[in-house]
Write a protein that binds this ligand. Sequence first.
Ligand SMILES: [Zn+2]
Length: 755
Amino acid sequence: MAATQFEAVDARRCFPCWDEPALKAAFQITLDVPLELTALSNMPILKEKLNGDIKTVYFEESPMMSTYLVAVVVGSFDSVEETTADGIRVRVYCPPGKSDNGKFALHVAVKALELYTRYFSVPYPLPKLDMVAVPEFAGGAMENYGLIIYRENDMLHDELQSTAAKKQRITVVAMHEVAHQWFGNLVTMEWWTHLWLNEGFATWVSYMATDNLFPEWKVWTQFLQYTASGLHMDSLEKSHPIEVEIIHARAVLEIFDAISYEKGSAVIQMLQSYLGDAIFQKSLSSYMKRYAWKNAKTEDLWSVLTEESGVEVTNLMETWTKQKGYPLISVNLNGHILAFEQSQFLLSGLAGEGLWIVPITLCLGSYERQKKFLLKTRCGEIDISDLFNSPSDCLGLSEENDPEKFKEHFWIKINIYQSGFYRVKYEDKLATQLIKAIESNYVSAPDKFGILDDTHALCQAGKQSLSSLLTLMGVYRKDIDYTVVSNLIEVCYNIVKVYYDAFPDSVDYLRQYFINILRPSAERLGWESVSGEPHLNVLLRGEISMALASFGDEKTHEDAIRRFKSLLMDRNTPLLSADTKRAAYIAVMRKTTVASRNYFESLLSIYREADTVQEKERILRHLAASPDPDIVMEVLNFLASDEVRDQDIIYGFRGISLEGREAAWKWLKDHWDFILNKYGTGLLFTNFLTDIIALFSSNEKADEVEAFFANRTTLAFAMNLKQSIEQVRIKARWVQNIKQEESLPELIKQLAIKG
Ligand SMILES: [Zn+2]
């Protein structure tokens, strides 16, 4: 089979063209293909001519479009199809025999077309939409006009083999790609500097659409995980502005990153919640109509939003898109006056130069007592006396009438529901009250998420102690919200990574403390799914069981191995669902060493005979989790072998154990030429660097990495490499800070023993 991928700058390698997004043209495509194969392109087939065992396929002429969206697929497929209410034919093409696995994505795509047509008040402009799953694909998917191409893993859905997490991923990805048919394909960025207009919007809209189709998934709360990774990336000195200057074609692929997608969509979310749903939707619709079939720059969108809303959107938003970074807002309360100060937040601990127009929102004691304003200068104050004395809400309390009771319910949360792209540091008194409010469950899930995420970041930047973060984490042990607990787990993983280098002798106590924190949720959820249970419970079960297996919880390991044995006897055992298999595979690999490799061999056999991409991906993700560096080396060689698809090698990197990081770094250096030749011009290339270098947390290692790449760096990964090295140095600094908290090992021991 054959499939194309032209974004960003590869159409020129296929046919002569002005290969820039602003130079749109109409395309008439003709293909000569073997008679028995299916040929697809952006437009429907006009006619076919037979010539022996070759057929010539003529496609209808396309409307005006950019070169990077032209596409062709030739291969052998089975398909399923449906027609939307507006008469658009949607077809999903799957590997032969797998068309059932395309039905879910088909359903989502049809819903997406109908939804976006309503939302933008602009119809889908092509006569058809095809979606194809191909076996080798660097990205998750590509939005070619009328012909979306996916990696099989992100489109095929199998009722038994796919996890709930995968079902959600497939939904969000399809919603994202269909959104591009408007945002990107109909209205296209003027130049790669405005890539975020494509990616930030498609991402934001995909959550809106998923929330519409599956409200019970609460994806807007989950969206915070997205915002968090944007915040993390953007607190590096080597971050870049959303609108980034692109001079060289080869540097474009580097900006398909957390700034264009995550920060881009998060600042859209911030603006949308500031302007309100209705005005925002109306403005997007005007923008779409005004720039249809044309190109637009970031300021064009701001102009439309300014016209429609009467708010000075351009001034406000340029502080977020033209400069890198974001503010940390420090808050103090003096009497009834709240004082704010903004300074750029950097994980290096230094204060940056930036200044933003920050939409500040706050509430006092309840979500009904709110206030908002724009902080435009470095410092600002606001009088909140009215919030102290507004007994009209459900609390019915005012400071004047009942000071004691008022005090009990007194807490202030800044950045309500975390809709703003900034962090908050509270003075001690406010922070203590907020922790009490979390314990009493007065605070919403998004706000609990935000408080933990901000504290975690402040701790990484050396502005707060690890002991205070650990104490805060203990408060979250009773929480049951999926997104909140998932963030808690993420923080646990991050702390283990640095603590392992700070106090290696007591890292097992730390793991035990985290096991204690997660145990109540694990016990509530058990191993086996309950029929009809909420989607979010299934997601949480998967993540908690993986975390407990990673932290070496004995009970989890025993259960996992017992269930794994039953899987070996019966591949459809009810003891291990798709959602808990990963925990079992982690347990298997954590027990694997060169001297004890039976289960590892069994896992490889399951991989080899697996008939679905879902199962193969799941296994690859954890093969490198062994504590034995020799096994990790063996696994990396396996990942690079013909037994693993080229696109799948990155799954394996994500699971490399801390004990295996030196082996992985050696492997990377030894295989550098192989990697460069095979992946050097593609989207996956930077994963080799970021995932492997990220395992280190010492300045010596950062120096070593810098030295190795001193004369090997190219434009294709220069920025990503600098970011990776900076992250290693940030962790090194965190390790040093932790070492200075001398009482920490004893505190952690106490926390671990307490249960
Ligand atoms: Zn996209």
